[in-house]
Design a protein around this ligand. Sequence first.
Ligand code: B12
Length: 203
Amino acid sequence: MYRRSFSLLAVLAALFVLVPAAFAARVHVRVEGKTQTIFGTTEPTLNVKANALDALEAASLAGEFYYHVASTAFGPYVDQIGRYPAGGSSGWIFKVNGIVPPVGADHVTVKDGDTVLWYWATFSGPAGPLTLEVETSIVKGKRCFFATGRNDAGRASRVRGVVYTLNGRRVSSATGVVCARLGRYTIRVAKTGAIRSRTYSGR
Ligand code: B12
């Protein structure tokens, strides 16, 4: 009798440990700070409990960086990540799969394969800064990269006047396009007033 209840307890204890992990979503997470990437230049996959606020918690654990959540009338509000507290028209914004959700991070459930991006944003009007991405294709035997910016609604457009970091070298591009010989590459793109892209690698 004692043996049976002991093994039942052991099974229940194992379930307590395993079930939360089984329910966690596998989510790509990146945190872009005011002057540099705070976490995840390559958008690594993390186990995230349930929502976009949990994604920040998972990144903070993995990257050992500070963040602070304030309780407001709207609910939890991330008023600081790393060194910089929100103030005036600047603060911390998040996107899920390229779109700024119109509600707090605790209300946005994430699922496997989603991408959560937290970033420092300064608002000069109603729209936030573009978040940059790099698209690539082979043109006339060369590897070409195209800078793209996504607005708050997730709509993508071509961006000019950017600076790439291509295989460790800074390359300015007035057109937003840069082409190079075929081969292995590591690239990201930045522009003043926009959110730097993640780092892409390939060949
Ligand atoms: C300015 C502003 C911001 C600034 C705040 C800068 C700062 N100094 O802290 C920035 C650009 C950083 C911002 C961010 C966000 N915001 Co905002 N923001 C506003 C705005 C335009 C004015 C707020 C204000 O200054 N009120 C006056 C002061 C005196 O009152 P207050 O209570 O002290 O205001 C503070 C809180 O509102 C807080 N705050 C700002 N946004 C949000 C969002 C949420 C969900 C919470 C809980 C708190 C919060 O920051 C204010 C300043 O400290 C309101 C719209 C409005 N007209 O109210 C939207 C508004 C509050 N924001 C909104 C949203 C959705 C967000 C984001 C969640 C967007 C996102 N997907 O990232 C993020 C917050 C993410 C996070 N960090 O947790 C929504 C909230 C909707 C809802 N029902 O939940 C609103 C109502 C806009 C809208 N109509 O969609 N925001």
